[in-house]
Design a protein around this ligand. Sequence first.
Ligand code: SIN
Length: 330
Amino acid sequence: MKYLFALLLSCSLLLSAPALADGKEPILIKFSHVVAEDTPKGRGALLFQRLVAERLGGAVKVEVYPNSTLFGDADEMAALQRGEVQMLAPSVSKFEAYTKQLQVFDLPFLFDDLAAVKRFQRRDKSRELLRSMAANNIYGLAFWNNGMKQLSATRELRAPGDAKGLAFRIQSSSVLEAQFAALGAEAKRIPFGESLKALQDGIVQGTENAWSNMTASGFDRAQPFITETNHGSLNYMLISSSSFWQSIPYATRSELEAIVEEVTAQVNRDAEELNRKGREQLLGAGNARLVTLGKEERAAWRAAMQPLWQQYEAEIGADVLRAAQTVNRR
Ligand code: SIN
């Protein structure tokens, strides 16, 4: 009986662990990111890990490193190239060293809401952007979304002129730099993991982000005013290196890509809900005051920032910009 049990156990292990069956170690995917686990990206990484364990356990193992614990904004792309990490989901704002086309996502007031961003991401022009960094060994697997961005500061920002003279923490993006320059403000490129400290130390007096990130990172500890501008969106590209991804055996890669598709749908379904909850939680804590804009006040912010569309058209590509301009339901 004991031998029969041992035989059955080893047979079931052989069936459920194809990679180990031929003596190979499972393929290891280290997935590093810079935000908290209870954010759209954080949850997406954990869901990917769970589904891979359920469906490819033994053949592929996923390790998730949140909160810049393995690599941060400054070094994660180099780590991907060196093969020290196999998956990342940087904000699309952080790719400008590799392609200018993704700057389309940074243009302020281009997309009315997250639904418009999602419509753009389904267009062929957008799907082509996943391959726009192939020459740099970067393989785009999917777009993941967070939410619309809001402005926060140490003083009330109601009119564009209120930002004048303040320094804002930004992601590493020329468009975002130009966005704050258009307001007469300064912009400082600071890795996400260092943002709260920069705000607390007064190196910058303001920033922009999605509600979910502001809440999960406790930005309200240093930002007493949040203006609900919805002026841009925070989006990610889930990436691997082409060399790593294409080295995965075809059947396993196909299964991984099916999992990516499923997780992407879930992340993008959850994003609005997580941002709604993040907003509620942050405002409920009472540290920050919400500044809501009337129609004309918001139009003034839009008018101040919209000249960037033309300024960046040549770099982004008129075709990409045009495709993005057709997705709003106005
Ligand atoms: C992230 O959500 O990955 C961080 C975005 C940022 O740097 O503001």
